[in-house]
Design a protein. Structure first.
Length: 83
């Protein structure tokens, strides 16, 4: 389980590698692309992944869904009125 995944072109990764390593240290996974195809992943170490999982798990059981999230409450024709 990872917190986020960012996709970057290989040239951008090469130019900013230290920045992306810091992001991986903070728990982010970096997908490196060549010609818009994923060729490699830079992932947090196992120690960082475990820490991220504990952080997310600390909220388990603290929220309840009180409404039916599948039911639309506002008619489709009114979605963008007033924006």
């Amino acid at each position: 389980m990872f917190l986020r995944m960012r996709r970057v072109k290989i040239g951008e990764f090469r130019n900013q590698v230290s920045s992306y390593v810091r992001q991986a240290e903070r728990g982010e996974t970096i997908a490196i692309l060549r010609r818009n195809r994923e060729v490699a992943l830079l992932q947090p170490s196992k120690r960082h992944r475990v820490a991220a999982e504990k952080l997310l798990g600390c909220l388990k059981g603290t929220a309840r869904v009180l409404v039916d999230l599948d039911r639309v409450r506002i008619p489709e024709g009114e979605w963008f009125k007033g924006s």
